[in-house]
Design a binder for this molecule. Structure first.
Ligand code: FES
Length: 128
């Protein structure tokens, strides 16, 4: 793994951005990785059709936590339509490290929670 990219992951893991919860939130969902039981919750507030605040919370491996932290930075100030259009490839590109199939659920846990919150139902992995 490239050092620079690995450092990005470690930095987000050690210094997570937007960690916490929002109460009340306009959208909130907690999802679990069935393979390990780790959980991530994503809370969103939306104002004028844009994400005005976003937080994540939960526990999990470095990849899951770093990916959720990076995801919150990606959706800040975005329109709800842009957030809906966000794909797993967008997130994986931002992560910048090759994610093995075994770790894919870790990397996508936050995105799944985010989409589930917005749509009200958890998406299938292949729809992310
Ligand atoms: Fe649980 Fe990665 S090992 S989310």
């Amino acid at each position: 793994m490239d050092n620079l990219y690995r450092e990005v992951i470690l930095d987000h893991y050690k210094n997570p951005r937007n960690k916490g919860t929002l109460d009340p939130a306009d959208y909130s969902y907690e999802d679990t990785n069935p393979l390990c039981g780790d959980e991530i919750r994503i809370d969103l507030r939306v104002a004028d059709g844009r994400v005005s605040e976003v937080r994540f919370s939960g526990r999990g491996c470095a990849i899951s936590q770093a990916a959720a932290s990076i995801l919150t930075e990606m959706v800040e100030n975005q329109t709800l339509d842009d957030v809906k259009a966000l794909t797993k490839d967008d997130l994986l590109e931002e992560l910048g490290v090759p994610i093995s199939p075994a770790r894919m659920k870790c990397a996508l846990l936050g995105l799944k929670a985010l989409k589930a919150g917005i749509y009200g139902v958890p998406p299938h992995d292949e729809d992310l």
